[in-house]
Design a protein around this ligand. Structure first.
Ligand code: CMC
Length: 390
């Protein structure tokens, strides 16, 4: 197996075959297991789509009910693991907390982390789906100095998560159907995106035989970067900076075009989508609706629309085929829901978890899987010799 080519960023190299997600970047098509994202976002739920991604078919009502029950049963975190949060600073970024706590989960479940034992894999899949939202909510509570709540297993997945974030010990929590529906829909839109950087990380780590907790923990870190999932946080920071500086959208776009200090239009551009990102279209549709439904009027949404309009008409962006991606409008919605900016990428991680697990499982079941081990093109010194003494 000789060296076959140099491909920075794997622009031309397929690392695997996969039957999970189909993307046509020219036409803006995204399908999970053959189902168009528009249909799933309109008709399904996060857990149903999770089942679809992981097991390949839509679940029957009984299968979905049983899956939901099992997840509810596993939401509690070990009390010792809850104390793990106290050893981290309250200023810690919630993505680092999330990844560290998932990594720590592997210390609690060594007895069920054999990647080649189907029962272990089933149990770990359910545990991660149940516990990741709880860990995420605790990362939030820790950052604002509030007590952790216990999960309420009489509630559905999304409402339970919202209560863990926004409920407190002093008052009863009331669910808000507008909020839960909107969050469920956003989570569906994030569930999978074939071989993106974090999914490829999950596969690469998993290809060594590492357990699922270790692989997902690495995937969360890969997602945190601003070129990947971290872009949703970066978009909000960018919009707030434009607003606060008073520089105006036109001037900011000029700086992007001059590549001044490497400044980019965050939430724009995609490696695969070259006409539009179908997820961005769905998120944009939701933004007005959700903000109105929640009774929020945010000038940052108007700023985002102005920025998009100017960029879409500009030759720099047209020539490079740069369009808004999924991260462009999600932040405005998460903000309206009450999440702090630093939680945005955590929400992406909860959404992407089923996709990561579906890929990890597919990789382990594929007889052609080998340990991931890219080639390199050596450009260093030729052989030379250590000087002899004297
Ligand atoms: N703003 C300004 N210029 C850009 C942008 C942008 N957002 N994205 C790409 N370009 C320019 C880039 O400078 C290059 O110009 P030139 O040909 O003059 O050197 C050209 O467009 C091609 O870009 P690239 O960097 O070769 O494209 P890529 O496929 O390697 O990168 C990307 C894709 C998403 C990392 C990039 O578009 C980007 O950095 N976007 C901003 C960050 C972002 O929104 N990321 C979220 C991606 S979608 C969700 C997810 O995966 O998490």
């Amino acid at each position: 197996t000789g060296f076959t080519g140099l491909d920075y960023g794997f622009v031309n190299t397929a690392s695997t075959q996969s039957a999970i997600t189909y993307i046509d970047g020219e036409q803006g098509i995204l399908r999970y297991r053959g189902y168009p994202i528009e249909e799933l976002a309109g008709k399904s739920t996060f857990l149903e789509v999770a089942w679809l991604l992981i097991y390949g078919e839509l679940p029957t009502a009984d299968q979905l009910g049983e899956f939901d029950e099992k997840i509810r049963h596993h939401t509690l975190l070990h009390e010792d693991l809850k104390r793990f949060f106290s050893s981290l600073p309250h200023t810690a970024h919630p993505m680092s907390v999330l990844s560290s706590a998932v990594s720590a989960l592997s210390t609690y479940y060594e007895d069920s982390s054999d990647p080649h034992d189907p029962d272990h894999v089933e149990l770990t899949t359910v545990r991660l789906l149940a516990k990741l939202p709880v860990i995420a909510a605790y990362a939030h509570k820790k950052s604002i100095g509030q007590a952790f709540l216990y999960p309420d297993n009489s509630m559905n997945f999304v409402d339970n998560f919202l209560k863990l974030n926004f409920g407190n010990m002093a008052e009863p929590y009331t669910t808000d159907p507008v909020l839960s529906k909107a969050l469920d829909r956003l989570l569906i839109l994030h569930e999978d995106h074939e071989q993106n950087a974090s999914t490829s990380t999950v596969r690469l780590v998993g290809s060594t035989g590492a357990n699922l907790y270790a692989s997902i923990s690495a995937g969360i870190q890969a997602l945190s970067g601003p070129l990947h999932g971290g872009a949703n946080e970066a978009v909000l920071q960018m919009l707030a900076r434009i607003r606060d500086s008073g520089e105006g959208v036109g001037k900011f776009v000029d700086r992007v075009k001059r590549k001044e200090d490497g400044v980019k239009l965050m939430g724009f551009g995609h490696r695969v989508y070259k006409n539009y990102d179908p997820r961005a279209r769905l998120v944009k549709e939701s933004a007005d609706e959700v903000l109105a439904g929640l009774g929020v009027n945010d000038p940052l949404l108007d700023l985002a629309k102005e920025l998009e309009q100017i960029a879409l008409e500009d030759d720099y962006f047209k020539e490079r085929r740069l369009y808004p991606n999924v991260d462009f409008y999600t932040g405005v919605i998460y903000k309206a829901m009450g999440f702090p900016t630093r939680m945005f990428t955590v929400l992406f991680a909860i959404g992407r978890l089923p996709g990561w697990m579906a890929h990890w499982r597919e990789m382990n079941l594929d007889p052609q899987t080998k340990i991931g081990r890219p080639q390199q093109l050596y450009i260093g010194e030729a052989e030379r010799h250590y000087p002899s003494a004297g």
